[in-house]
Design a protein around this ligand. Sequence first.
Ligand SMILES: [Mg+2]
Length: 120
Amino acid sequence: MKIKEAQDKIKEFDKARGWENCWDLKDLSLNITEEVGEFWSLIKWIDDEKQKKVIKENKDQVSDFIGDTLFLILKIANRTKVDAEKSLEETLKEYESRMPAEKIKEVKHANKFAGGIDNK
Ligand SMILES: [Mg+2]
């Protein structure tokens, strides 16, 4: 499913239930933080290796996190009349120009490119 198609489908989903104006933007935003919190609770306080194992063992929960969060993001896009597909295209274009692949490969991590000092 394309992003535009998903955004339209969510619009229809809400319309069919009379939910076009339910939940304000603040509540939708906070709901995203709740989803992020659920995901974080899976992987918090463990190192990268253990995170990989936990993710593998909890793929359904990870998939729920992605689906729920995308649903909320696209709901916000509908409420604010933003074309989410265009937003993502513009974001990717901006990232490509800010973080050229050749330069990032030299430093291996975007944080170092920006002057950061972590060990990744
Ligand atoms: Mg959830």
